[in-house]
Every structure is written in structure tokens, then in C-alpha cells.
Design a protein around this ligand. Structure first.
Ligand code: UD1
Ligand code: BG6
Length: 371
């Protein structure tokens, strides 16, 4: 039931304040006079000791699910001190990469039925790793075959392009990082800030959804373009990949997410006055580096659309002209949840304006159960 919406993708984008709330329901401990703030992931509580002892954590997924894991990678490393490596499921299987019994392997899959991810799961099970599932589908193959896991509880997602499942997957992995990480005195302030940030996240998602009309206007400007680049780094490299994936899969426009740190090593050659480029430059430790990326793009007369923190519009574009998308600021590791929403809206409006099928893009399936 689409309710007041024209398409499922549109409904699911706008549902994110609610889906994020249900993902966190019963899992955030907000503390009190004598109790510490924390998270409770029922599906992991008996396995946390073993996870904390692992030599390495490996995140495995395909498409949007891979991007969600990438968004959470550095927080898991920061809070647990355990190195995290990223694997696209098919690539791990293709090269039969090393997986050890001391590894915790986390399988991220909205449907829980993706054939590539399942094959990687069989491979990790054969190698005796601890296998953890993160899925939206209770009773799915991944939920059944993993040793333990977390249901993201985002509610049924019908649009082939994943939106609300993506943001809920990130939130679950942020909670996973908090659950594995030691509750040390030195990390207390950081952990509490993240928990407060999670608590506020649905209302920030609601705020950023107000950009809907602005994103439709931007889509109108970009309607006839051949290509769109998206530059991000740090926590928002994943946002660049995911924003570009959305534009590619539904709007059928070439789009590429690029790690801004790699700009000088190739992509800069593409920059001219015509190619539209989104630069994600919200406030975090990478902000000054992104400012210098913007300067370099200005110097080459790049056609820029800058996503920045509310209040930064003027300063971020000093030195050239650009269009700005201002988003509310949240804790750095949660910013990808907020930043992806305008890009989801942009992909949605571009698709509708270009006259393509939003909910069932050509050649794609919601769940790819064959290899
Ligand atoms: C569970 C209940 C939830 C109830 C809550 C009350 C289920 C599905 N969930 O939620 O309805 O409100 O207790 O405390 O009955 N698992 C895997 N692999 C996966 C995902 C999950 O093995 O990929 C396992 C978990 O380890 C766990 C079980 O499935 O044993 C349920 O996981 P989850 O729904 O996340 O647990 P709770 O949040 O505790
Ligand atoms: C398909 C979908 O390719 O599978 C993508 O079209 C999705 O949207 C990918 O990201 C992975 O799916 P899942 O269910 O494993 O998260």
C-alpha cells in the first residue's frame, strides 16, 4: 500500500524517520542516575565475548548493503580496535580469499537471500569463522545460516532500489560498534555522544526530508545530463558510492562515486564547465581537505553542487559559484544516514522526470537469487 505516495521508493524514502525509530526500538539504553548509556542487541549478546576476541572483522555484502557496511567501517575500528576489512561477496568467492577461524565475518543483506552473499557465507562457514548476519528479513537464508545476528526491523521494502534499509543497516552497524567496543573511561564521552545522536536521528531525518522540493528543482536542472560524479571521503565515501548507485540504478544515468582523496590521480581529468559534480563537504575531520578539493574544482571551472552543514553555504563556496545542499549536522559517524537522503530524493525525482520506472528499474531485481 503506497498510501499518499505515487511510488514505493518515494514512500520508503519519506518513511525513514519511522523506520529508523523501529530499528532502534528496545535497543538503546538511555541511561539514568545510576545506569550507563549503552546498546542492547539481543541477537548478539551471547556472542560478544567471542567477537571481541577476533583478530579481524570482515564485512561482506553486495550493492547497497556493501555501501552500508563501508559507512560503518571506521567506527567499528575506532570503538573495537579490531581491523575491519571489506569484501564484495562475489569477489571474495572469485579469489577464494583467506578467511580464518579467528575472524568474525558479518554478512549484510537486506533480503537475506542474495546468492553471492550466501555463497560467501557457505565459504566462511567452511573456514570456521564466526558468521554474523545483518538482515531485514526474519527467516531468510542468511538469518538462518549465520551463527547469530541482528534484524534491522526497517519494515518491508518494495522499491528495488534500497533506501530505508540502507539507513537502518548503518544504524545497526553503529549499534554493533557500540556493542563490541569496550566501555572504557576514555571512550565514554564519544560513546554517549553517539547514543544521544542515535536518539535524535529520526528527527534529523525528518528535517532533511524537507529538502524534497529543492531536490526536485535540482533534478530538473540535471534531467538531460549524461553523467554525474559524486565526491566524498571519510565517513561519506560510502555516501558518494551509494548516491551514485541510486542515480545509476533508477535514473539510468551514468554516475560514479569517487573517493575525493583520489581526485588528483585520474578523475580530475574529467572536470570541465559542463559535467555536474556533487561534493560532500559536511563538517567532520575531513572538512578542510574537502574545502581544498572544492577550491581545486573551482580553479578548473567545475560545475559544483556542494553538500554542506547548515550555515556553511557561503564559506564553502567562496572562490567560485556553486549550488548548495545544506543538511543538519549530526555526530560524524551518523552523518552518512542524513547525507544520503537528499541523494535518494535526487535519484527519485530524476527518474520520475526522465520518465523511467522508479520501483522496478529495467534489468534489475530486488533480490538476486542466481549467480
Ligand atoms: C527478538 C525478537 C523480537 C522481540 C525481542 C524482544 C525475533 C525475530 N526477534 O529481537 O521480536 O521483540 O527479541 O527481546 O523473534 N539472527 C541470526 N542471523 C541474522 C539475524 C538474526 O542468527 O542474520 C538471530 C539472532 O542472533 C537472534 C535472533 O535471530 O537469536 C533474533 O534476532 P533479532 O530479531 O535481531 O533479536 P532481538 O532484537 O533480540
Ligand atoms: C540487488 C538489488 O542487486 O541486490 C540491490 O537490486 C541490492 O538494490 C543488492 O543492494 C543486494 O541485496 P541484499 O538483499 O543482499 O541487500
Amino acid at each position: 500500500n503506497k498510501g499518499k505516495y505515487e511510488h514505493y521508493m518515494q514512500k520508503e524514502i519519506h518513511e525513514q524517520p519511522e523506520s529508523l525509530t523501529t530499528t532502534m526500538r528496545g535497543r538503546l539504553l538511555l541511561g539514568g542516575t545510576s545506569k550507563a548509556k549503552g546498546v542492547l542487541l539481543g541477537g548478539l549478546k551471547d556472542h560478544l565475548k567471542k567477537i571481541r576476541r577476533s583478530r579481524r572483522i570482515v564485512f561482506i555484502g553486495c550493492g547497497t548493503s556493501y555501501n552500508a557496511a563501508l559507512a560503518a567501517r571506521s567506527l567499528v575500528e575506532e570503538l573495537s580496535g579490531i581491523p575491519v576489512t571489506m569484501e564484495i561477496a562475489s569477489d571474495l568467492v572469485d579469489r577464494q580469499g583467506p578467511i580464518y577461524r579467528e575472524d568474525t565475518v558479518v554478512f549484510v543483506s537486506q533480503s537475506g537471500e542474495t546468492a553471492d552473499t550466501l555463497q560467501a557465507l557457505d565459504y566462511a562457514l567452511e573456514n570456521d569463522a564466526l558468521c554474523v548476519g545483518i538482515t531485514n528479513t526474519v527467516g531468510s537464508a542468511i538469518a538462518r545460516r549465520t551463527h547469530c545476528g541482528v534484524h534491522i526491523n526497517a519494515g518491508c521494502e518494495i522499491g528495488v532500489a534500497s533506501t530505508k534499509a540502507y539507513t537502518s543497516q548503518i544504524v545497526v552497524m553503529v549499534m554493533l560498534a557500540l556493542a563490541i567496543g569496550d566501555d572504557t573511561i576514555s571512550s565514554k564521552v564519544r560513546r554517549e555522544a553517539i547514543i544521544d545522536g542515535l536518539f535524535d536521528l529520526p528527527s534529523k531525518a525528518k528535517e532533511v526530508l524537507k529538502l524534497d522540493q529543492e531536490m526536485e528543482d535540482l533534478a530538473q536542472l540535471l534531467i538531460a545530463e549524461q553523467s554525474l560524479l559524486v565526491f566524498g571521503r571519510g565517513y561519506n565515501y560510502a555516501t558518494a558510492l551509494e548516491g551514485a548507485l541510486k542515480v545509476k540504478e533508477v535514473a539510468l544515468m551514468h554516475s560514479e562515486g569517487i573517493l575525493a582523496g583520489e581526485m588528483k590521480h585520474g578523475p580530475l581529468a574529467l572536470v570541465d564547465e559542463t559535467l555536474p559534480i556533487v561534493v560532500i563537504a559536511t563538517r567532520d575531520t575531513c572538512f578542510s581537505k574537502q574545502q581544498s578539493v572544492i577550491q581545486q574544482l573551482h580553479a578548473r571551472k567545475g560545475r559544483l553542487i556542494v553538500m554542506c552543514t547548515e550555515g556553511d553555504a557561503e564559506s564553502v563556496c567562496a572562490g567560485g559559484s556553486c549550488r548548495v545542499i545544506e543538511v543538519p549536522q549530526v555526530e560524524d559517524c551518523l552523518q552518512p544516514v542524513i547525507n544520503v537522503i537528499p541523494l535518494q530524493l535526487l535519484a527519485y525525482h530524476l527518474t520520475v522526470l526522465r520518465g523511467y520506472n522508479v520501483d522496478q528499474p529495467r534489468n534489475l531485481a530486488k533480490s538476486v537469487t542466481t549467480q
